[in-house]
Design a protein around this ligand. Structure first.
Ligand code: CTP
Length: 467
């Protein structure tokens, strides 16, 4: 028995087939599950196409399997239940997949052929029959199999129609090309360029979902470049396309920060599958266009781009309705600190290491990965030299952390204690004193103890005229 037969012999498909036969209904397994069989990928979802009502049919199958919990979505004409850890989704065949001007799909009774035509890509339109007369037959009217062999993303219909049915598919095309290392068919690429503005009717959540999948691919730069080349990126993420381009004044140039960013994200993708670290890579230089200056002495400078970048991270998370919680704080922190490790390489003192450990806390390893990934130069020798220096910094980080335990350290005196001891109200001075104590300990000026901190506090209070 070959692999495909083995898969289609699973109980779920046999039960669906039996129920369909009894009820005189046609059913097919369709979409990503079929595609992934040929790509030898495992998928968690099974899409069942029903010629008729998907919801009614799913209830019959659930009953037969003894499944109580079925989620139905009447607006969309779909329903789903979980079976052996998989999501089994049922949908009635449609003639028109989506309303032209609205994001809400309309449900119409169509045939298998109608439904396959209205799907996004040829590789996602393939179906296996679950009907008794031709059980297991592959129905591939748009040559999805050949497109898998040729590694190409094509649409069943003219892509202008496919994309106007659901403009998110433009992003999906790029996402599949990135995940699978496929190319976009030329007319698909051109149709994205023509229809790019339509992406603006899509919800931010759906857009970010696709962008996240691109970032989690082996080479995110494949997708980010396609997004840029088609003009789609500029539609929904102009902050990123502003990084593009170089400028030369008096024979002095700066690098193209967009392509540099893509290299950084690719470097990170080889080291991590932490989505938020990849986001930090994507946004690490986002503040550069706003901070760019030129002077004769230094050439181009981007002073403070990490601070401006940190602020922009918040704006971008808000705009895309991304989580405004510890994920945001993490990305913002990494963007703000991304230059610190490289600055330390030039001067590896104990106090600089202690400060870095204090500021980065538990995210120090991720910060180091980001900083290492940020070293992109055509000059291999230069890259290697920096990376070797990072080995020294990492070693030193371990030594100092073992000795001083700074990662999760808090200064020995709280603001409350300062106010009580000096008998003062909440004020700027409290912050100044607290910071001075922290700095003195990190710089090794005073011991890391309550007694030393109180003595030091008295000294500063005298200076500030508080005693
Ligand atoms: N589909 C579509 N247009 C969309 C989204 C989905 O035509 N905008 C169809 C495709 O046939 C797709 C199927 O619905 O294969 C299931 O969609 P989904 O679960 O989102 O994607 P998968 O193809 O299963 O891939 P993945 O799980 O990687 O998203």
């Amino acid at each position: 028995m070959n692999e495909i037969n083995k898969i289609l012999e699973q109980n779920i498909f046999r039960v669906i087939s039996d129920v369909a036969n009894k009820n005189n209904t046609e059913t097919y397994v369709i979409g990503g599950f079929v595609r992934d069989i040929f790509l030898q990928r495992t998928s968690k979802d099974i899409d069942i196409l029903v010629i008729g009502s998907g919801i009614d049919f799913s209830l019959k199958v659930a009953k037969k399997l003894g499944i109580k919990k079925v989620s139905t979505y009447k607006n969309y004409g779909t329903s789903m239940f979980k079976y052996k850890g998989m999501d089994i989704e049922f949908v009635g065949a449609r003639k028109e997949s989506y309303h032209r001007e609205s994001r809400n799909p309309i449900v119409e009774n169509g045939t298998l052929d109608d439904d396959q035509k209205r799907r996004d890509f040829t590789i996602n339109a393939m179906a296996f029959s679950l009907n008794k007369n031709n059980y297991g037959e592959l129905l591939d009217p748009f040559n999805g199999i050949k497109d898998i062999e040729d590694k190409i993303i094509r649409t069943p219909l003219n892509p202008d129609i496919t994309f106007s049915d659901d403009p998110l598919r433009m992003l999906r095309a790029v996402r599949f090309a990135t995940q699978l290392n496929f190319e976009l068919d030329k007319i698909v690429f051109d149709a994205i360029s023509t229809n790019k503005q339509r992406i603006n009717i899509i919800s931010k959540e759906r857009i970010i979902d696709e962008l996240n999948k691109i970032l989690l691919s082996p080479y995110p730069s494949v997708g980010l470049s396609l997004l840029e080349e088609t003009g789609l990126l500029n539609e929904f993420f102009p902050e990123l396309t502003k990084l593009k381009g170089t400028e030369t004044i008096n024979g002095v140039s700066h690098k193209d920060n967009f392509y540099h960013t893509l290299e950084v994200v690719d470097n990170l993708a080889t080291k991590t599958d932490n989505l938020w670290l990849l986001w930090a890579g994507l946004l690490h230089d986002i503040g550069k266009p706003r901070s760019k200056r030129f002077n004769k002495k230094q050439g181009f400078t981007f002073h403070g781009h990490e601070v401006i970048g940190g602020r922009m991270v918040t704006d971008i998370f808000k705009k895309f309705k991304m989580p405004l919680n510890e994920k945001l704080s993490y990305v913002k922190k990494l963007v703000e600190l991304h230059l610190r490790p490289i600055a330390i390489v030039k001067d590896v003192t104990d106090s600089a290491i202690r400060r870095l450990l204090f500021d980065a806390g538990d995210d120090i390893d991720d910060l180091m990965s980001l900083a290492e990934s940020d070293i992109t130069s055509k000059n291999e020798y230069k890259v290697q030299k920096f990376l070797n220096n990072f080995v020294i910094v990492r070693q030193k980080l371990i030594e100092i952390e073992e000795k001083d335990k700074i990662r999760n350290w808090q200064p020995p005196i709280t603001g409350e204690e300062i106010m009580q001891h000096l008998n003062i109200q909440p004020s700027r001075e409290v912050g100044i004193i607290k910071n001075n104590i922290k700095d003195a300990i990190l710089d090794g000026e005073i011991e890391n103890s309550k007694d030393a901190a109180f003595a030091f506090m008295d000294k500063i209070a005298n200076k500030l005229g508080l005693k």
